[in-house]
Design a protein around this ligand. Structure first.
Ligand code: HSE
Length: 310
């Protein structure tokens, strides 16, 4: 029986521009790790948080990873407990799904320590409890790709169904994370709660076109549909230089460019041969607005969170 495991969970790009709260994909280049030990005492405890930890709470109920494992612990009425160490690799408030990654890595590690491990779909609900602590809302567009890997569509909240969507193999995701903090709560609070009929039609067409383009390897359809008419126009002013970063990426050959999750990270999809130029243009545009940024070019392969050490 395992008593000590470490799980890795990748960063994620939520929304992917056109699928607010329902689409997301993994970014293999960066992620969080959680080490869990099974202990006799029936409690959930956080021993340490290291890495890019900021001022994250170590009190389990207020911590995304702690809360997710507490939800699992309570639902299964376990008579033993878990002690965890969280190693943050994803910057806080970056729009790269850091809270989801910690919650997912924690439940994946806890699952490996159960006498009878659960199917992944059940872990989704526990991880969601952690996401609520961080952002105040139950969205799954970071958690689902983080747990299952690749590009995922999630339908439903109470009984979510997760579909993995193929990404054309010639594509890469380019990311630029400007050195600033943007809280998901704040970025959600500014959003309008209603939309016009015309925006609804465009948003539906773009989401359908994007997904059909992914299934049929139709890059023109993906490029044409890669246009967020609802969320990006409301949020982009929170990110200094966003329009220039987007223009730079598109001029350098990107298929599309938008805000990763709630931002401030900006992501673009590009064919492999354009990825370096797109990265350079995005970083230069942020620099022109006085912002240094971290950048990555990442595949969007179907790896989700996994146990890396047992
Ligand atoms: N879909 C969410 C949002 C993701 O854009 O608010 C936040 O991580």
């Amino acid at each position: 029986m395992l008593t000590d495991v470490t799980a890795f969970a990748p960063a994620t790009v939520a929304n992917v521009g056109i699928g607010f709260d329902i689409l997301g994909h993994t970014v293999e280049a960066v992620g969080d790790r959680v080490r869990l030990r099974r202990i006799d005492e029936p409690v959930v405890r956080i021993r340490a948080i290291t890495g890019i930890a900021g001022d994250l709470p170590v009190e389990p109920a207020r911590n995304t990873a702690g809360r997710a494992v507490q939800a699992m612990h309570a639902a299964l009425a376990l008579d033993y407990g878990f002690e965890m160490d969280i190693e943050k690799g994803i910057p806080l408030g970056s729009g790269l799904g850091g809270s989801a990654a910690s919650a997912v890595a924690a439940v994946v590690a806890a699952n490996a320590l159960l006498d009878e491990p659960l199917p992944r779909l059940q872990l989704l609900k526990f991880a969601m409890q952690g996401e609520i602590v961080a952002s105040g809302s139950a969205h799954v567009d970071n958690i689902a790709p983080c747990l299952f890997g690749g590009l995922t569509l999630t339908v439903g909240i109470d009984h979510p169904r997760v579909k993995q969507i193929p990404v054309p193999p010639s594509l890469r995701c380019v990311l630029a994370h400007p050195h600033m903090y943007l809280g998901t709560r704040e970025a959600r609070a500014i959003l309008k709660t209603d939309i016009s009929r015309s925006d609804f039609v465009w948003a539906s067409a773009n989401l359908a076109g994007f997904i059909s383009g992914c299934y049929s390897n139709d890059l023109d359809m993906i490029r044409e549909s890669f246009n967020d008419v609802i969320i990006e126009p409301q949020r982009h002013s929170l990110i200094p230089g966003f329009k220039d970063v987007q223009r730079g990426a598109m001029s350098a050959g990107a298929l599309g460019c938008s805000i990763s999750g709630a931002g401030p990270t900006v992501f673009a999809w590009a064919e492999t041969q354009y990825a370096e130029a797109v990265r350079g243009a995005m970083v230069a545009a942020f620099a022109a607005h006085g912002l240094q940024s971290d950048d990555w070019i990442s595949g969007m392969e179907s790896y989700g969170a996994r146990v890396v050490k047992a």
